[in-house]
Design a protein around this ligand. Structure first.
Ligand SMILES: O=c1[nH]cnc2cc3nc(NCCN4CCOCC4)[nH]c3cc12
Length: 375
C-alpha cells in the first residue's frame, strides 16, 4: 500500500544539515523546508483560504482538541471532512490534542490509559486516549495527523522524562493500531525526551521501529532557550531516517526557523505570526515593528520597505496603526497577512539558499539585518 505522504530528498545543502525536499500528499506536492500557518479552530485567524493560497501557504494546521470540543468531529465529518468544511484544498495537518490538554485544560491526570482533564469551555470532565485521538483525527480527515503524546516540561527530572517517553512510545503503538485510514492519512510519531540525548535516542528508535511515514520532534519550544533547543536538534535529527519528513512543532520566528533548517528540519508550525499580528506587532526585515505605537501616526511608509506583499504595496503604517487602535478587524487582517507572507517568503529564500549552497551566508544576513545578533 502506498503511504499517504511521500518525502523525497532533492538536495542536501553543502555546508549544513539542511535539506531541500518534496512532500507528496493527497492534496498536493509541496517543497520543504516549509512553514505551516496555524488555523486552530478550522480557520487561520483573520485570513481567508483565498488569501492563504495567494501568499503560498501549502499545509495549514487545525487542532484536534479544539475541534473535538467545538463543533465536534462528527459535524466536521458530516461536512465531508476538514478540507470541505473550511474550503481549503491544499494540505492540512492536525496535532493530536495532547499538547492542548497540557496547555489549556484545567486539572489533568495522566494515566496509562490516557489523559483525564476538565474541558476548558464548560468544565466537564473529559478523557482522551491514544485511540480516541486517532478516531477524532480520522473523522476530521487531515492529510497528516499526530499520535497522542505527552509533551513534558523541559526541565523535569530524568526519571520523569524516561517514564513519559516510554508511555508516549506505547501510546504511539496503540495509535498506529487504531488508525483507520493509513492509505490517505499519514500518522506521524512524536519524538520526546526533553534535553536528554539518550532518551531522545530511545524515543526516536522506538518510533522508527514502528515505521511512521514522518516524525515530529516534540517537547521543544516550551520555555527552553534557543541554544538548548538547537542543542537538542543537533543530536536528535540524526536519529531520524533521512528519507522521512521531520517536523519541529511550535517554532515560528525567523532565527529559529533558519537554525532548525540548518539542523535538518523540514516542517514547522507556530501561532506566533498571527498571534502577535492581533496586537499590532509585525515581523519585518529590520526587526519587529509595533505598528500601533504613536511614532507611526504620520508614517506613510509600508510596514516593511523590503516587502512586496499586497499589504506593503497598498497600505501605510499610519493607516494600519489607525485600524489597530480603532479595533477595526481589517487592521489585524493586514498585519496577519503580512506576517504570514513574511515567514512564507523567508522559507522560499531558505529553499533557494539550499539550492545555492549559501544558507550560512543567508543566516548571517538575516541575523544581522533583522536584529537577532543584538544582545
Ligand atoms: O511535544 C509536542 N507534542 C504535540 N504538540 C506540540 C505542540 C507544541 N507547540 C509548542 N510550542 C508552541 C510555542 N508557542 C510559541 C508562540 O506562542 C504560543 C506558544 N511546542 C510543542 C510541543 C508539542
Amino acid at each position: 500500500m502506498d503511504p499517504a505522504v511521500k518525502y523525497t530528498l532533492i538536495k542536501k545543502e553543502k555546508h549544513t544539515g539542511a535539506r531541500l525536499g518534496l512532500l507528496e500528499t493527497p492534496h498536493g506536492t509541496f517543497e520543504t523546508p516549509m512553514f505551516m500557518p496555524v488555523g486552530t479552530e478550522a480557520t487561520v485567524k483573520n485570513m481567508s483560504p483565498e488569501d492563504l493560497e495567494k501568499i503560498g501557504a501549502s499545509i495549514i494546521l487545525s487542532n484536534t482538541y479544539h475541534l473535538w470540543l467545538r463543533p465536534g468531529e462528527d459535524i466536521v465529518k458530516e461536512a465531508g471532512g476538514l478540507h470541505k468544511f473550511m474550503n481549503w484544498n491544499k494540505g492540512i495537518l492536525t496535532d493530536s490534542g495532547g499538547f492542548q490538554v497540557f496547555s489549556l485544560a484545567k486539572t489533568r491526570d495522566i494515566t496509562e490509559a490516557g489523559v483525564h482533564f476538565r474541558n476548558h469551555l464548560n468544565g466537564r470532565r473529559e478523557f482522551l486516549s491514544p485511540e480516541k485521538a486517532i478516531q477524532i483525527e480520522n473523522d476530521l480527515g487531515p492529510d497528516i495527523m499526530m499520535s497522542l503524546d505527552e509533551c513534558p516540561p523541559f526541565f523535569e527530572s530524568y526519571d520523569y522524562i524516561k517514564d513519559s517517553v516510554e508511555r508516549t512510545s506505547r501510546w504511539a503503538e496503540r495509535g498506529l493500531r487504531a488508525h483507520r485510514n493509513p492509505d490517505w492519512q499519514a500518522l506521524f510519531g512524536i519524538v520526546q525526551g526533553a534535553g536528554f540525548e539518550d532518551l531522545r535516542k530511545q524515543s526516536a528508535q522506538d518510533l522508527v521501529s514502528m515505521d511512521f511515514p514522518g516524525y515530529s520532534i516534540g517537547g521543544l519550544s516550551v520555555g527552553e532557550s534557543k541554544e538548548e533547543m538547537n542543542h537538542v536538534l543537533d543530536f536528535t535529527a540524526p536519529f531520524l531516517p533521512e528519507n522521512k519528513p521531520r517536523y519541529l512543532m511550535g517554532v515560528g520566528s525567523a532565527d529559529s526557523l533558519i537554525d532548525g533548517v540548518i539542523r535538518g528540519i523540514d516542517m514547522f508550525d507556530c501561532v506566533l505570526p498571527t498571534r502577535i499580528a492581533r496586537n499590532g506587532t509585525c515581523m519585518t526585515t529590520k526587526g519587529r515593528l509595533v505598528v500601533k505605537n504613536a511614532k507611526y501616526a504620520r508614517d506613510f511608509r509600508p510596514l516593511d520597505e523590503n516587502c512586496d506583499c499586497y499589504v506593503c504595496r497598498n497600505y501605510s503604517r499610519a493607516y494600519i496603526r489607525h485600524l489597530i487602535n480603532a479595533n477595526e478587524l481589517f487592521g489585524t487582517h493586514l498585519t496577519s497577512y503580512h506576517n504570514l507572507y513574511f515567514l512564507l517568503k523567508l522559507m522560499a529564500d531558505v529553499r533557494q539558499s539550499i539550492r545555492d549552497d549559501n544558507l550560512l551566508e543567508f543566516r548571517e544576513h538575516v541575523f544581522e539585518e533583522y536584529g537577532f545578533n543584538k544582545k
